[in-house]
Design a protein around this ligand. Structure first.
Ligand SMILES: Nc1ncnc2c1ncn2[C@@H]1O[C@H](COP(=O)(O)OP(=O)(O)O)[C@@H](O)[C@H]1O
Ligand SMILES: [Mg+2]
Length: 259
């Protein structure tokens, strides 16, 4: 429950193209880390390597190390399916399974992992996960209705419920609020504050206010030009990144001068 992530000199390639170069950083448990930087600098690419999700893209591969509480994520014999249970992912567009009910959506990850579960355990897990995602009160009377009938903000919280139902240690979120209205965005931000008591959370965000509101640490990525790899420019306490960054490019980005 809630683990440390250590990345050592990570390069990510799409076939011959190096999309991300030389990233090293350590992310502490029970914290929220924000990845910021201009479009195309490799934030999503790097995030996906933290649960081996990039491996579903043909030609995508990494060099370097990712350690989760000291265990090599890319070590021999490590099963990527188990990795993705330990390190959950929430995407930009809420993606509940459209033909499944709210309840089935919450249980989808658990069933995918072939875990046998009794009816009453399933009901408990559904309630616990929906409560954890701050959605229970809104949906408890319609658990058998389709997940796709919920509002965008509710669907995103349903996806978070699905992610936490498998008891991950780490939650990755790639621009989880970019398709949501401001009220739903604040609801997700409040939820992240709650979740960080139990999980290591990493979010990609384009929203500077969001990064400064919710995160403890911020990593600024940048790219020198088209076709160049994205690099980690500066990584520090969020307050430092937004008020006294050490690198000019960080200052320019957080003050809105480019990107
Ligand atoms: N599936 C893919 N196949 C090939 N190249 C990709 C793929 N996904 C992203 N890229 C390239 O990798 C670079 C980084 O992209 P991405 O990680 O999406 O950046 P960001 O999330 O910071 O906007 C870009 O040049 C992008 O075109
Ligand atoms: Mg992205």
């Amino acid at each position: 429950m809630s683990k440390r992530i250590e990345v050592r000199d990570l390069n990510v390639y799409y076939s011959k193209f190096r999309a991300v170069e030389g990233v090293s950083l350590t992310i502490e448990p029970r914290s929220i880390t924000a990845f910021i930087g201009p479009s195309g600098c490799g934030k999503s690419t790097f995030l996906r390597t933290l649960n081996r999700m990039h491996e579903v893209i043909p030609g995508a591969r990494v060099e370097g190390e990712v350690l989760i509480d000291g265990d090599d994520l890319y070590g021999p014999g490590v099963d990527p399916v188990l990795v993705r249970r330990q390190v959950g992912m929430v995407f930009q567009r809420p993606n509940p399974f459209p033909t499944m009910s709210i309840k089935e959506n919450v249980l989808a990850g658990v069933k995918l992992n072939n875990r046998r579960i009794s009816k009453s355990d399933a009901d408990d897990l559904v309630e616990k996960s929906l409560r954890g995602a701050n959605l229970w009160n809104e949906v408890k009377d319609r658990l058998d209705r389709p997940g796709s009938g919920l509002s965008g903000g509710q669907q995103q919280r349903l996806c978070i419920a699905r992610a936490i139902a498998v008891s991950p240690d780490i939650l990755l979120m790639d621009e989880p609020c970019s398709a949501l209205d401001p009220i739903s965005t604040l609801a997700i931000e409040d939820l992240m504050e709650e979740l960080k008591k139990e999980y290591t959370i990493v979010i990609v965000t384009h929203n500077m206010q969001q990064a400064s509101r919710v995160s403890d640490k911020t990593a600024f990525f940048n790219i020198a030009g088209t076709g160049q790899p994205g690099k980690l420019i500066e990584y520090d306490d969020t307050n430092t990144i937004f008020t006294q960054p050490n690198v000019q490019a960080t200052e320019d980005y957080v003050s809105g001068r480019f990107g």
